[in-house]
Design a protein around this ligand. Structure first.
Ligand code: PLP
Length: 394
């Protein structure tokens, strides 16, 4: 007998519920700021990706409003038909200058950027080598590619070299890595990755979602941090939704890459351009981070303080090097319980368990932002101390 829709939905939901994976997202009652209200309670927010505090920044909202008034609520079409407004082109020029890449193309999100770029670039006979901890959007992007796909052990350079050695091809070779890994907060060893990739004639592809606006001068990103921003054999993609506070994705690199993507990337060809208000807000974000170094300074001051104090309390922060600060609890249920207890203490921090992270490594992922005050972080640390002791973690 044919499966009915309700049978399918119930079977799927029951499966999720039984394995403890059914999600009920908490709801913010106010804008996403360092202090906000979640499910009716005032909290210190350690759960966002709002690194620079731009999501609700007046400068972004002002330029968004100006672009909205002048250019309209929507772009009106996909980019290739009639949706490319002057402000789209100007913003891409601004972004390319910021990234030192010669050109940049903006897509609807970081997720679609990986699909668009990997799906366009890779062909039958090519080789793509991907870090095992790469983001889901890279994994999905690679599903669209006909190339031979191989995975190397996380941040393991010997394993990367082994895979390149064992899988020679006349086609294009691409080594794909996150710039900053989203669950552990470690930085990719780009210096070594690019060197090894070059030894085998491979191009390096960096998804810098968590590095852009966080690492490098004025937040130029992980590729700039390692000095490869002018390199034509390093492709940078990323998101405009984390540190940049709004939404969108980009691919930055050689002019010919942009030209090819305009002609072939399916999200560019078949999905509508970003609305003007988004472009305005993003343009203001790039201006702000370059004119005012205090955002980056506060982000890193807060990061160093919070990490050091958690360490002193006795928590395992898993070697993270960036504002992403995991706190290890071990079992999924412990991490989820810690998150609930922290919430009762007025701290919003989300627990992550298997399959998002490996079994036995359930954690709470905190992201420190430029907007947190010392007082916010001290409140969070006091709560962590209390909860960690109650659960026997410290
Ligand atoms: C968040 C993230 C994305 C997705 O970006 P969106 O703009 O939110 O779609 C892609 N890659 C990595 C590594 C990410 O962390």
């Amino acid at each position: 007998m044919t499966t009915s829709l309700s049978q399918r939905l119930q079977a799927e939901l029951t499966g999720l519920k039984d394995s403890g994976l059914l999600i009920h997202p908490r709801v913010l009652d106010q804008a996403n700021r360092a202090r906000t209200s979640v499910d009716g309670q005032q909290v210190v927010n350690l759960a966002s990706n709002n690194y620079l505090g731009f999501a609700d920044h007046p400068a972004l909202k002002e330029k968004a409003e100006a672009y909205l008034r002048q250019w309209g609520a929507g772009a009106g079409a996909v980019r290739t038909i009639a949706g490319t407004l002057r402000i789209h082109e100007d913003f891409e020029e601004q972004l390319a200058q910021f990234k030192h890449t010669g050109s940049a193309l903006v897509l609807q999100s970081g997720f679609t950027t990986n699909q668009g770029v990997l799906g366009t670039l890779l062909k039958d006979g090519d080789l793509v080598v991907s870090d095992e901890l790469n983001h889901a959007s890279i994994i999905d992007g690679l599903r669209l590619a006909k190339a031979t796909k191989k995975v190397f052990k996380h941040a393991d350079m010997q394993d990367l070299e082994r895979v390149l050695q064992e899988n020679d091809t006349d086609g294009l070779k691409l080594v794909v890595t996150d710039g900053v890994f989203s669950m552990d907060g470690d930085i990719a060893h780009l210096d070594r990755i690019v060197t090894i990739a070059r030894r085998y004639g491979a191009v390096t592809y960096v998804d810098d979602a968590h590095g852009s606006g966080v690492l490098g001068e004025a937040g130029r990103g992980t590729v700039h941090h390692f000095g490869f921003d002018h390199a034509d054999d390093v492709i940078q993609v990323g998101t405009l939704s984390k540190a940049w506070g709004v939404v969108g994705g980009y691919a930055a690199g050689h002019h010919d890459l942009r030209q090819l993507l305009i002609n072939r990337a399916r999200p560019y060809l078949f999905s509508t351009a970003q609305p003007p208000a988004v472009v305005g807000a993003l343009s203001a974000a790039l201006e702000l981070v370059q004119s005012d170094p205090s955002f980056m300074e506060r982000l890193w001051d807060n990061t160093r303080f919070f990490k050091a104090e958690l360490h002193t309390l006795g928590f395992d922060i898993m070697g993270s090097q960036t504002p992403i600060t995991p706190v290890l609890f071990g079992e999924t249920e412990t991490a989820f319980e810690a998150s609930r207890q922290l919430f009762r203490e007025g701290i919003f921090a989300v627990g992550l368990g298997f399959p998002t992270v490996p079994r036995g490594q359930a954690r709470i992922r905190n992201i420190v932002t430029a907007e947190h005050t010392r007082e916010d972080l001290e409140k969070a640390l006091a709560a962590y101390g209390k909860v960690g002791k109650a659960l026997g973690t410290i």
